[in-house]
Design a protein around this ligand. Structure first.
Ligand SMILES: [Zn+2]
Length: 290
């Protein structure tokens, strides 16, 4: 699943390709139209395909930014601002192309679900193999309260204090540390890959209870998470599962991962262990992580 660095990679390539362009028309796949007709919420959230198409027509994209694992398209039509919030789910990808033939990778090409035809003749395409992605058209963040409940951006100054406070709260103090750091209310954008790496670098067992780690070590762990997220942003994210930026490229951070998906510990050579924590598989070294 794309985490902060992968979403940042999409935004950095999508921003220049989308900014300043105006939507002329929208095409939605039959799969999504059928799903919506059965009252399922595949991709288009809280809006019918007709209303989505109608409201998106004539929208100008002012800017594209990232908030946690979400892509924000800041829009405007007739002087009224709107926000299109996109989540990549497990396998969502955006492409900026002249025609659909340019989406060359078959697995994405077969799963094109929303196409924005732009006034300049080009296309902005959302493809999603497993359809866990989301598009939500709202007036602003306050129209969708979960967006306001997200932890600050990890690179922002207040993020460390927020993390320390949340980690000491009743809700998180007895949880395994890995579950705590992967919770978007505690830290924004840190998922399984980067949580696994940070805990390995710190020598902390993923199942250790949050309050069994001193505040000082928790603060250090937070800084290690930020450092790893920063390295991964610079590397363009990790080419894991179906992540692509809008040029169809994936990043190179996977070559620098030391514990995620590994069978042996790079530091002591022990066989790594796997355990489910917070519903996700955790890999760790039983010798180096306590
Ligand atoms: Zn080890």
């Amino acid at each position: 699943m794309p985490e902060l660095p992968e979403v940042e990679g999409v935004v950095r390539s999508l921003g220049p390709a989308a900014t300043g362009r105006t939507v002329r028309d929208v095409t939605i796949s039959d799969t999504i139209i059928r799903s919506k007709a059965e009252s399922k919420e595949a991709i288009l959230k809280n809006i019918s395909p007709e209303e989505f198409t109608d409201r998106m027509r004539g929208m100008t994209i002012l800017n594209v930014t990232r908030r946690s694992k979400y892509i924000y398209f800041h829009l405007e039509k007739d002087g009224v601002p709107s926000l299109l919030v996109s989540h990549l789910g497990m396998s969502g990808a955006w492409f900026a192309v002249g025609s659909l033939d340019e989406v060359t990778e078959g697995k994405f090409r077969r799963h094109i679900h929303v196409v924005f035809g732009m006034e300049d003749g080009g296309l902005l395409v959302f493809a999603d193999i497993r359809r866990f992605g989301e598009l939500r058209l709202i007036g602003g963040e306050s129209d969708h309260p979960p967006l306001l409940a997200m932890a600050p951006e990890p690179f922002d100054e207040e993020a460390e204090g927020h993390f320390l406070e949340m980690s000491a709260s009743r809700k998180y103090r007895d949880k395994p540390i890995k579950e705590t750091i992967m919770d978007g209310h505690v830290i924004s954008g840190c998922g399984n890959i980067y949580a696994t790496e940070a805990l390995f670098r710190m020598g902390i067992h993923p199942g250790r209870k949050t309050n069994r780690i001193s505040m000082e070590r928790r603060a250090k762990l937070f800084r290690v998470i930020v450092e790893i997220l920063g390295e991964a942003v610079e590397a363009g994210g990790s080419s894991i599962s179906d992540y692509r930026n809008i040029n169809g490229e994936a990043g190179s951070m996977q070559d620098r991962l030391q514990m995620y998906g590994k069978k042996h510990c790079p530091s002591c050579g022990s066989e790594t262990k796997r355990r489910t924590i917070g519903g996700r598989t955790s890999v760790y070294c039983p010798k180096c992580q306590h």
